[in-house]
Ligand binder design. Structure first.
Ligand code: PEP
Length: 251
């Protein structure tokens, strides 16, 4: 049985007090969430500590949206994996399309970051996804296959239990345009097959989340697909009611 996961990517939203209110709102509604659903939230760096304090004693996992590609040292402005661990993080989102697009994230830095994260005991939500032009050119499988092979094929198999993959078609992120459940399922099955090419049967246990304008009104249909194990949620993760409603959308 694969884990069912709903993860919130808060991006550059909320200041500290707003983040704590959001986390407390989530904490107050956890009784509504089935016990086999894992909830994860990734606030901005500045209030990870406060959010993890607000969620203390709950099963909600707290993580970061990025980490440095070095362990420590003279890297002004960067935040290391050990720093993240010290404020309560257990996972990190890596390879988000916004980081690939605006901050030059590439397979070189992602190889370093995934290694550091796994070696420190973190789970990694590794994001992949094609742009609209890739899909229009019929290259979406090639693009996603390459994003996987250039990083995840280099990871040690022993860490596959700590890996979560998020398929996020770039054209669906924050646009209100969702992939259809069959488009998403088709890509998730491809991702699982690609992972099986390197990790064999262990690929069966890797959760693959869908991300891109997932909300309470479309989550149930997406999560009903055989290879969709939950969602990575942006906008709808900023309202506790919506986030919890998505977490209740599994059959
Ligand atoms: C995301 O950026 O991870 C995301 C899924 O955003 P949204 O839900 O807002 O499309």
């Amino acid at each position: 049985m694969r884990k069912k996961i709903v993860a919130g990517n808060w991006k550059m939203n909320t200041i500290k007090d707003e983040g704590v209110v959001l986390a407390s709102g989530i904490a107050s509604k956890l009784n509504d969430v089935p016990s086999d659903v894992t909830l994860m939230v990734a606030p901005p760096f500045t209030h990870i500590y406060n959010v993890s304090e607000a969620l203390k004693g709950t099963a909600v996992e707290v993580g970061a949206q990025n980490c440095a590609d070095h362990k420590s040292g003279a890297y002004t402005g960067e935040v290391s994996i050990d720093m993240l661990k010290s404020v309560g993080c257990s996972f990190v989102i890596l390879g988000h399309s916004e980081r690939r697009e605006y901050y030059g994230e590439n397979s070189d830095s992602l190889n370093l970051k995934t290694d550091l994260a796994f070696e420190s005991g973190f789970s990694v939500i590794f994001c992949v996804g094609e742009k609209l032009s890739d899909r229009e050119d019929g290259k979406h499988f090639d693009v996603v296959g390459e994003q996987i092979k250039s990083v995840l094929y280099n990871m040690k198999p022993e860490f596959s239990g700590k890996l979560i993959i998020a398929y996020e078609p770039v054209w669906a992120i924050g646009t209100g345009k969702t992939a259809t459940s069959s488009q998403a399922q088709e890509m998730h099955a491809f991702i699982r097959k690609t992972m099986a090419g390197k990790f064999g049967k262990d690929a069966e246990n890797i959760p693959i989340l869908y991300g891109g304008s997932c909300k309470p009104s479309n989550a149930a249909e997406l999560f009903a697909q055989p290879d969709i194990d939950g969602g990575l949620i942006g906008g709808a993760a900023l309202k506790a009611d919506d986030f919890i409603a998505i977490a209740k959308s599994f059959k």
